[in-house]
Design a protein around this ligand. Structure first.
Ligand SMILES: [Zn+2]
Ligand SMILES: [Zn+2]
Length: 194
């Protein structure tokens, strides 16, 4: 399923990611799927996946921007203490929180990496869907750049930037209007004469 089609469940992605990375990192050889889902819900401040899904105020599991709210380390610790047959330990809670935050982040559209520092491409309001890119892929300046006006934290593809390195919103920002151009020309003439 495509992560931009509006139906992609990022909490499920995070649970799968946690199972994989916790194994790779040597935290636990095999976190049960149900436990991984409990831990993701815990990271988002809930006591169970059901409580999370039943919450009318969200979180909206299909929201690309969940990762920054998954900071409930104490709740993860408490959840591990409550689990029967947990294969992770309470002291792993901060590391688990970090893995879940990465896992909730949309994959980089170039390399597939999940990292909380991935950024959406283009000027995107929080809550809007976009393609996302990781820091190392967006460092390729033949493919990506930033707009002089928007700043360094908004990533654009080079196709989205004009020849002066401005986004479509700021295109023409530094062009002179006809009146300014006239003033500018007479100023140049003045300089040439004097
Ligand atoms: Zn990447
Ligand atoms: Zn801009």
């Amino acid at each position: 399923m495509d992560q931009n089609d509006g139906n992609f469940d990022f909490t499920k992605q995070a649970a799968d990611y946690l199972r994989k990375v916790s194994k790779d990192d040597g935290l636990c050889s095999n976190i049960r799927s149900s436990h991984a889902h409990m831990l993701v819900a815990a990271a988002l401040g809930y006591n169970s996946r059901k409580a999370m899904l039943d919450d009318p105020k969200g979180p909206y599991t299909k929201n690309q921007w969940l990762s920054h709210t998954a900071k409930h380390v104490e709740n993860i610790r408490a959840t591990i203490l409550r689990m029967k047959g947990a294969c992770v330990r309470p002291e792993h809670a901060p590391e688990i929180a970090r893995i879940i935050q990465d896992g909730l982040t949309p994959a980089c559209c170039e390399c597939g990496e999940h990292n909380i520092d991935n950024l959406p491409i283009g000027y995107v309001e929080q809550g809007d869907d976009a393609d996302w890119v990781c820091a190392s892929c967006s460092a390729d300046d033949t493919q990506y750049g930033t707009c002089y006006c928007c700043g360094d934290h908004v990533i654009y593809t080079v196709e989205q930037l004009d020849a002066k390195g401005l986004c479509s919103e700021h295109h023409g920002e530094f062009d002179l209007d006809p009146e300014e151009e006239e003033d500018y020309e007479s100023y140049i003439e003045y300089l040439e004469i004097h």
